[in-house]
Design a protein around this ligand. Structure first.
Ligand SMILES: Nc1ncnc2c1ncn2[C@@H]1O[C@H](COP(=O)(O)OP(=O)(O)O)[C@@H](O)[C@H]1O
Ligand SMILES: O=C(O)C1=C[C@@H](OP(=O)(O)O)[C@@H](O)[C@H](O)C1
Length: 283
């Protein structure tokens, strides 16, 4: 019994660590999960190219799905991806979503659950594995459904979902930042700004929302606002993504190319992509 699914990365419009309301958009960078089930035994996980990374999240995703939709099968799960881990680009949400759908596919139970509920299973696994602060249903829903979503992460409730077609520039510095280690109290200090960002996002002004989010959360989380300032005159929106360290900008392709030339002088990787609208899919 085998199943494969592919999930996109995502960038942040609103970081949910201040108020529990969050917003994210899927971007065209992929993570693939391959699941093989056996009648019994435990679940073992592998992350290609990351021998020391924590596999508890993907193993627990398999367990939750086989307990609920199968007969508690065991087996193996392997993820492979270009999305850097713990870089603010929602690799954990993509890994959970792809693993949940791959396991459902291996059980021949693809239609047993809606995609939104499948994302909620991944969120539960992330909470159980301790890799998230709020559950990150914002990131999970964006990666599962594609497009941009706005969510209440305390209730795992989808407040809005829209298809958007944006060019996206991403800068990923070499360092890593685990969400579970983020300073939540400092994030809560920017709650009034997060409320403004949520209002803008729910009005569909995602790009402006993103820039306000970027200014507030670079301050709260202690990142430099310099990359945001460099981009701001040229782009529609720019923000720290998640708890960082990646920064994403959206706007006109030619303008993003100009910002790319500026960001490329920094250490790390700068790449151009687009939003993704299909979300997570079985293969
Ligand atoms: N590609 C992956 N495959 C399996 N698990 C992953 C993967 N990427 C992230 N994770 C899990 O998520 C944790 C990191 O989560 P987080 O700090 O939220 O990073 P991100 O911003 O990339 O989502 C890792 O410790 C690991 O348990
Ligand atoms: O763990 C969490 O609850 C969250 C982590 C952050 O994302 P990253 O995982 O990208 O840092 C943030 O943007 C999101 O709104 C909520």
């Amino acid at each position: 019994m085998e199943g494969t699914a592919v999930a996109p990365a995502a960038g942040t419009v609103l970081n949910a660590l201040a108020t529990g309301t969050g917003s994210a958009f899927a971007i065209d960078a992929e993570l693939r999960a391959e699941v093989t089930l056996e009648a019994d035994g435990g679940v073992s996980g592998t992350i290609a190219g990351e021998p020391d990374a924590d596999t508890a999240l993907i193993e627990h995703c398999v367990e939750l799905v086989t307990e609920r939709f199968g007969d508690g099968e065991g087996g193996s799960v392997r993820t492979e991806s270009d999305i850097p881990l713990a870089a603010g680009l929602k690799s954990s949400s993509a890994a959970a979503n792809a693993t949940v759908l791959a396991t459902l596919s291996a059980l021949d139970a693809d239609s047993a659950v809606s995609r939104v509920d499948a994302a909620r299973i991944g969120v539960q696994a992330a909470r159980d594995a301790g890799v998230t602060a709020t559950g990150a249903f914002d990131d999970a829903s964006a990666s599962m459904l594609g497009g941009v979503t706005v969510t209440n992460n305390h209730e795992d409730e989808l407040l809005a979902r829209e298809t958007v077609e944006w060019d996206v520039l991403v800068w990923t510095p070499p360092e890593r930042a685990y969400s579970a280690e983020a300073d939540i109290e400092r994030c809560q200090q920017v709650a009034p700004m997060a409320e403004l960002v949520a209002d803008l996002a729910l009005d569909g002004a995602y790009e402006r929302a993103m820039t306000v989010n970027g200014l507030a959360f670079t301050a709260a989380l202690g990142f430099s606002a310099e990359p945001l300032l460099e981009a701001m005159p040229h782009v529609a929106g720019v923000s720290l993504s998640g708890t960082g360290p990646s920064v994403t900008a959206v706007g006109n392709r030619d303008d993003l190319e100009r910002v790319r030339a500026i960001w490329e002088q920094r250490e790390g990787t700068t790449w151009l992509t687009t939003t993704q609208t299909d979300g997570t899919r079985t293969r």
